[in-house]
Design a protein around this ligand. Structure first.
Ligand SMILES: Nc1ncnc2c1ncn2[C@@H]1O[C@H](COP(=O)(O)OP(=O)(O)O)[C@@H](O)[C@H]1O
Ligand SMILES: [Mg+2]
Length: 225
C-alpha cells in the first residue's frame, strides 16, 4: 500500500508558492525521514498528506484512490505540540478512547499509567501527553503515521522510549511512517531513507527516485548538521 502525493503545489497566498510540484511516496512498513530548512514547508506538506489542508493542487492518494472524507482517516498526523490536539475540557480517558478503545498492549507499550487516565490534559507533561496522542493515533485502522517533530520537546531518554514504542506497533500493524525531524541521530536510527524537501520541492528539477539513490549511497550526508 502506498500513500502518494503527486504534483503537490500549495501557497498560503496566491503569489507565494511554498510547495511547487512535490512528489512524495510512502509505502506500508516504510519509515521515511523528511528534512528541510525551517519554513521550507515540511509541516504544510504533512497537513496536505493527512487531509488537513484541502486547498492544494495535485493529488494525494492511497493506492490510487482519493482519501475518504467521511470515514476514519487512515493517515494520522501527530504534531510537535500535543496540547493543541486535545480538548482541554476532556479527561485523558475520554480523549484516548474517543475514536476506538485503545488496547492495554498499546497503553503499556507507551508507558501510559492507569492513574493518568483520570487526569486533565494540563496535568500531564508534554511527553506524557504525546504518548496519549500516539496511542490514540496508532489504531488498527491507521495505515500511515505522519510524525511532525513529535519528540522535539522531550528529553533524549523519553525520545528513545517513545520511538521504540512507535516502531514496535507500526511494525506489527505494517504502518508506514513519515518522520519530520532535524535530529540527525534520530533519523539515522529510525529511518530506512531520508529525503530533503528542497530536493523534492520543484520536482521539475529534481527527481525523487534519483535523489533516493543518492540518499542510499550516503544516508548521513544528506541530513544537515
Ligand atoms: N497558516 C499559515 N498561514 C500563512 N502562512 C503560513 C501558515 N503556516 C505556515 N505558513 C508559512 O509557510 C511557510 C512554511 O511553513 P511550514 O510548513 O510550517 O514550514 P516547516 O514545517 O518546514 O518549518 C513558512 O514561511 C510559514 O511562515
Ligand atoms: Mg514544521
Amino acid at each position: 500500500m502506498y500513500l502518494k502525493g503527486e504534483n503537490i503545489s500549495f501557497g498560503y497566498r496566491k503569489d507565494d508558492l511554498i510547495l511547487n510540484n512535490v512528489d512524495i511516496s510512502l509505502g506500508s512498513g516504510e519509515v521515511l525521514g523528511l528534512v528541510g530548512d525551517s519554513g521550507s514547508g515540511k509541516s504544510t506538506l504533512c497537513k496536505i498528506l493527512a487531509g488537513y489542508e484541502k486547498n492544494y493542487q495535485g493529488t494525494v492518494s492511497i493506492d490510487g484512490k482519493k482519501m475518504p472524507s467521511n470515514a476514519y482517516n487512515p493517515v494520522q498526523l501527530i504534531f510537535q505540540h500535543p496540547e493543541k490536539a486535545v480538548n482541554p475540557r476532556w479527561k485523558m480517558k475520554d480523549i484516548l478512547n474517543e475514536g476506538h478503545v485503545v488496547s492495554q498492549d498499546v497503553l503499556s507499550s507507551f508507558g501510559i499509567k492507569t492513574s493518568w487516565l483520570e487526569r486533565w490534559p494540563n496535568e500531564l507533561s508534554g511527553g506524557e501527553l504525546q504518548r496519549f496522542a500516539l496511542a490514540r493515533a496508532l489504531s488498527p485502522e491507521t495505515k500511515f503515521l505522519i510524525a511532525d517533530e513529535i519528540t522535539t520537546m522531550v528529553d533524549a531518554i523519553t525520545q528513545v522510549q517513545i520511538w521504540e514504542s512507535i516502531l514496535d506497533i507500526a511494525e506489527k500493524l505494517n504502518i508506514g511512517i513519515l518522520v519530520v525531524s532535524h535530529e540527525k541521530n534520530l533519523l539515522k536510527k529510525v529511518c530506512h531513507e531520508v529525503i530533503c524537501l528542497s530536493r523534492i520541492n520543484n520536482a521539475g528539477l529534481y527527481n525523487e527516485l534519483a535523489f533516493r539513490d543518492m540518499q542510499n549511497a550516503s544516508l548521513g550526508g544528506m541530513v544537515p548538521e
